[in-house]
Design a protein. Structure first.
Length: 170
C-alpha cells in the first residue's frame, strides 16, 4: 500500500490527488477482482490499474483548469492594463504641478534618457543644478503621489521618474 501511495504521489505531485488516486485504484481493483489471476503479481496488477486510471483521468480532464491548489489558473489570467495607465496618468498630472525647471530637468533625465551633462548643456546650467532639480522633483512627486515606502507603479516611466530603477538612472 505504501508503494502505491508513493507511485501515486510521483504521478500527481499533489498529496490530496495522490490519496484520491490510491482510493480509485483500490476501488477499481475490488470491482475487477474477478479478472485477477491468482498466482500472478498483485502489486504489478495494482500499479497497472493506477497508471491506467491516472492517464485516463488526465485525458478526461485535459481541457479543464483546476482553480484550487494549482497556480495554473493564475498563469492563464491576463492582468488589466488600466492600472498602469492610471498610475502613469497620475504621474503626468503630478509632473504638471512641478515648477518648470524641475519638470524640465526630470523629463530630460528620466524620460528622454539624457545624461546629467547633456541635460545641463540643454538647460544652460551646471551639472550640479540639474542633479539638484531632478532630486527635488522626485521628492516632490513622491509627496504629491503619496508614495511613502517606495510603492510605485510597475511601468518603466513611473519607476524611472520616481528614481526607483531602470537603465536611465545616472
Amino acid at each position: 500500500m505504501l508503494n502505491l501511495q508513493r507511485f501515486a504521489l510521483s504521478l500527481t505531485k499533489n498529496q490530496a490527488r495522490a490519496d484520491d488516486l490510491v482510493q480509485d485504484t483500490m476501488l477499481k481493483a475490488w470491482r475487477g477482482r474477478a479478472s485477477f489471476t491468482v498466482g500472478t503479481n498483485l502489486g504489478a496488477w495494482l500499479f497497472t490499474i493506477m497508471r491506467n486510471n491516472f492517464y485516463s483521468s488526465c485525458r478526461k480532464h485535459s481541457q479543464e483548469v483546476n482553480a484550487g491548489d494549482d497556480d495554473h489558473a493564475n498563469d492563464l489570467a491576463v492582468l488589466p492594463e488600466q492600472g498602469c495607465r492610471l498610475d502613469l496618468q497620475d504621474v503626468y498630472l503630478a509632473m504638471a504641478k512641478l515648477p518648470i525647471e524641475m519638470r524640465e530637468a526630470l523629463s530630460l533625465v528620466t524620460i528622454e534618457n539624457k545624461t546629467y551633462e547633456d541635460a545641463a548643456a540643454l538647460m544652460k546650467c551646471q551639472v550640479g543644478t540639474v542633479k539638484s532639480r531632478v532630486w527635488r522633483a522626485r521628492e516632490r512627486l513622491t509627496r504629491i503621489l503619496g508614495y511613502g515606502g517606495g510603492d510605485v507603479g510597475v511601468d518603466y516611466v513611473t519607476r524611472s521618474a520616481m528614481g526607483m530603477a531602470g537603465p536611465s538612472l545616472r
